[in-house]
Write a protein that binds this ligand. Sequence first.
Ligand code: AHG
Ligand code: MN
Ligand code: MN
Length: 328
Amino acid sequence: MTDTASKQFDIDTDIITLTRFILQEQQNVKSATGELTILLNALQFAFKFIAHNIRRAELVNLIGISGTANSTGDVQKKLDVIGDEIFINAMRSSNRVKVLVSEEQEDLIVFPGGGTYAVCTDPIDGSSNIDAGVSVGTIFGVYKLQEGSTGAISDVLKPGRELVAAGYCMYGASAHLALTTGNGVNIFTLDVQIGEFILTHKDVKIPQTNKIYSLNEGYFLKFPGYVQEYLTDLKKDNYSLRYIGSMVADMHRTLLYGGIFLYPTLKLRLLYESNPMSFLMEQAGGLGVTVDGDRILDIIPKSIHEKSSIAVGSKGEVERFLKYVNKK
Ligand code: AHG
Ligand code: MN
Ligand code: MN
């Protein structure tokens, strides 16, 4: 019956929602307890709620600064504060998250009650772009608590290769959720009318190479000589430069089209920017390294807001960058 109607009207009546997808994934893993499924469900609620606030931001006075600064001294936008609160409430009420690190919170949060996971988040990435209506996003990384832990900083000061789930939700023309649970990358698009994320890009693989580079080249003179040489050679080789200034949006394009994203100086944060993005990119067949050529996912963080440099994207492009690192 379903097949007939689908064929007759050319409408897919058997779409894969995120909820259906994660329940299916859970069934495929024999040892799965269902805990991560509940956590992912809380995450998708947070993304929908944040997306809703971003969509109506101009209409309900959510544009502009909040008058406060975050732990790193950045001026907070109203949406930074609201996004953070939505995220914290969703994680706490899931009762599956014990530890939370947020860009907007100076200290680690340890929730009372149960929970066997630790989550790191940049609730609103690219917030300087918000007032111009440019895409922003939420970045997240999920760790399992250490055996016997009741929630401690050691649960998040782990190399990124130990992540059990990671990704981002980009709030643009529509909301796109790129998710990995360590078994490839899938992208879901929010259908606002039915309130569900729908699987639209299955098992995404990043192109091996593409002549696109993405960075804030305004800081060129601050980069090490070998990075300058690399960038100059890309120009000689007719590369295109694309830079939005929201990491999530730049990574989303890089994931789909291929290329390389670089932030060679220390600004981006390891726990909730570089690690989740590198994990996602590796799961899509790409690579993520520091400006010194070390694999991002092998770094052992010393503090929750630690910064890292990054060069991430297509394997072929990152390998090309590494040739310059090796001769520094
Ligand atoms: P956030 O809005 O969470 O502070 O992150 C901003 C980040 C990232 O999104 C982007 O790639 C980068 O900062 C842009 O920095 P520049 O303005 O220095 O290029
Ligand atoms: Mn950010
Ligand atoms: Mn942010």
